[in-house]
Design a protein around this ligand. Structure first.
Ligand code: FMN
Length: 364
């Protein structure tokens, strides 16, 4: 069967309904739609105190962006202290061999937790240890910031955008929100720079798509239909990247067949060329503390951009493959600092949401 035959067969099976993707919703097995509504919402008042409040802070933390949506975190609650811990059983050895993204993901969770603490009248005092983040909480005046308000709205939107540019004032607001925790950002909006960045993304993507370990790992985290996302409540929902829903067995075969460098690179060309800009995050230090701070800074950018109606998505291929990252670092002219994260932004549609595991599953 060649690629065209396969595609035709896939189309016929989906449209003709030969491949049922059955969904039976019960209280024990809520539907994808019910879970989206439950997960992506603000806590209904009253919030409560003590352990109820701590639980809510953890819930907001889990709404953060995280690499491959593995949700590589655990939380320990002790009185007025919450520790955020890495869950190394969810690390991605192929795409993230040094756990850079894992610790950046913990930073994203920490930032959400800090913003939620402020909203509920608590001030966080953060201690970073070797493999833990300790957050001690003390009373303060409540502050429901626009960033906090945006937490349930934020998503990584992996579609083409509409090409509109972002005003200078809004760009300044985005930079201001991100330039915290010692992280520097570089913002690019002119066509020549975006084309240059695209070349690094394409080079990184080509290397990754041709790397069997990368592809095998990615496939393990792709969820091909709503039922599978609702069951695992983690991973990358293929529909969120604009792909049709497929039964898992069929999706896995289709993935191996269609996931090719050329087609993926064409997607990234469309996506970057339709974006208003790209922002690069570079922490002061290339160590766990720096990676956590890069995650915090990205999360602030993501929430601020959501608050002003923008969409964004990572294009980290330029920093994930070491030899491409060295060349990209030279292009950025940042000396021997390591560029941590690369994100495009612009105006675009809302895509299907990712899910999160139940909060009690991540509390130890
Ligand atoms: C450190 C880090 C690296 C990421 N890298 C990528 C990436 O290279 N490409 C991508 O499409 N998404 C990337 N993501 C986004 C996650 O896949 C996304 O946050 C996750 O699937 C959950 O979806 P949501 O953010 O829409 O809730 C990254 C997220 C983090 C925190």
């Amino acid at each position: 069967m060649n690629r065209r035959d396969f595609s035709k067969a896939a189309g016929t099976m989906i449209v003709g309904g030969m491949v049922p993707i059955a969904c039976s919703n019960t209280d024990e097995n809520p539907s994808y739609e019910d879970l989206v509504e439950e997960i992506w919402s603000h806590s209904p008042p009253p919030i409560g105190q003590g352990s109820d409040l701590m639980f809510e802070l953890v819930r907001y933390a889990t709404l953060a962006a995280n690499s491959h949506n593995t949700q590589p975190w655990k939380f320990k609650i002790e009185s007025n202290r919450i520790s955020i811990l890495p869950d190394f059983s969810r690390r991605c050895a192929a795409v993230d061999p040094d756990d850079h993204h894992l610790f950046a993901s913990l930073g994203c969770a920490l930032e959400n937790m800090a913003l939620a603490s402020h909203a509920f009248g608590l001030q966080e005092f953060v201690t970073l240890g070797e493999d833990f983040i300790q957050v001690d909480l003390e009373p303060r005046r409540p502050d429901e910031s626009a960033l906090f308000q945006a937490i349930p709205e934020r998503q990584c939107t992996r579609s083409a955008y509409d090409g509109r540019s972002v005003s200078v004032d809004q760009l300044a607001l985005l930079e201001e929100s991100a330039n915290e925790h010692g992280v520097a950002t570089q913002l690019y909006t002119d066509e020549r720079a975006l084309e240059a960045i695209l070349e690094y993304v394409v080079a990184g993507n080509t290397a990754q798509v041709n790397d069997e370990a990368f592809v095998t790992e990615l496939k393990e985290w792709v969820r091909f239909n709503k039922r599978s996302v609702a069951e695992t409540r983690d991973g990358l929902f293929s529909a969120a990247s604009g792909n049709p829903e497929l039964p898992t067995w069929f999706g896995e075969r289709a993935f191996s067949f269609f996931f090719k460098a050329d087609t993926e690179n064409d997607k990234y060309r469309d996506q970057i060329r339709s974006s208003a800009g790209v922002i690069v995050f570079t922490a002061e230090q290339d160590n766990k503390e720096g990676w956590i701070n890069a995650g915090r800074s990205y999360q602030r950018f993501a929430l601020q951009s959501t608050a002003i109606g923008l969409k964004h998505s990572f294009v980290n291929q330029a920093v994930e493959v070491p030899h491409v990252r060295s060349q990209f670092t030279e292009y950025l002219n940042i000396g021997d600092r390591r560029p941590d994260l690369v994100v495009r932004f612009g105006y675009g549609p809302l895509m299907p949401r990712s899910l999160r595991r139940p909060v009690d599953q991540v509390i130890i």
